[in-house]
Ligand binder design. Structure first.
Ligand SMILES: [Zn+2]
Length: 256
């Protein structure tokens, strides 16, 4: 138990030093990691580590080529505490569920929650590097890279791979046959689908009054942006949480 806490602290510290996490983000990572480790043991921490390391690398990968996207997405740079909760909060719920009930479905749900988080992160971090601009859901019009609710072929491909990496990494600790592996992979991917659907419909969008760009930011060019569409309470973090929660809920009903 103490070893799990120490390892989590080291990872959070490195994340902070490498500017993948803000200070509060690092604190939240320690709490998340310790709780998940307490419930799922080293497996829980290991899977969190695969998500954390690959997602941080994905963010850093060709970061200069992503500068244009910074105008559009709500948050860039180091992940803050809310972002850690948006991605790891459902994992915490699964850990609590397993601690309280010892029902193995919570282990599967945990795998799905991390697969969904990874799939979404890989999809957006790699997708914005696509040579072709993404197409918006429903209208199929090409929009600026980074726009929520839009997909590119490359981004979709990478989100499929991201979910797969998590499920295949799990087989070191969790026994599963091919059918179960495919099921967890598919359910994990459903998180990205929910994310894109919400991004295209209910997620709040603003427009900069200075440069005219459509953005998720409340302030652009130091001026408050104007509201365009979506539910005002529904920002990117809330959408992430809901989509991971949705995928995990599907897992509960399918495998529970
Ligand atoms: Zn602007």
């Amino acid at each position: 138990m103490f070893a799990i806490f120490v390892v989590t602290c080291i990872v959070a510290y490195l994340g902070y030093r490498l500017q993948s996490l803000t200070f509060l983000g690092a604190i939240l990572t320690v709490l998340t990691g310790t709780l998940i480790g307490l419930s799922f043991g080293w497996f829980g921490l290991y899977l969190l580590g695969v998500f954390f390391s690959t997602s941080s690398l994905a963010s850093k990968y060709r970061s200069r080529d992503k500068e244009g996207v910074d105008d559009i997405v709500e948050k860039t740079g180091a992940r803050d505490a809310i972002q850690v909760l948006a991605n790891g909060g459902v994992g915490i719920l699964c850990a609590l569920g397993y601690l309280l009930t010892e029902n193995f479905v919570y282990v599967y749900m945990y795998i799905v929650s991390i697969a969904a988080a990874t799939s979404d992160t890989w999809g957006s971090e790699f997708g914005v590097l696509s040579k072709n601009k993404p197409r918006f859901m429903f209208t199929f019009k090409r929009v600026e890279p980074g726009t929520s609710g839009a997909v590119s072929t490359f981004g979709t491909f990478m989100s499929i791979i991201g979910a797969f990496v998590i499920v295949i990494s799990s087989i070191l600790f969790v026994q599963m046959d091919v059918a179960l592996l495919l099921m967890l992979w598919g359910i994990g991917l459903s998180g990205s689908v929910i994310d894109t659907l919400l991004g295209a419909t209910l997620q709040r969008k603003f427009r900069c009054t200075v440069c005219g760009k459509l953005t998720e930011k409340k302030v652009h060019h130091q001026v408050s942006t104007t509201y365009v569409s979506g539910w005002r309470l529904l920002g990117n973090d809330a959408v992430n949480f809901i989509s991971i929660f949705g995928a995990t809920l599907i897992c509960f009903f399918v495998l529970g």
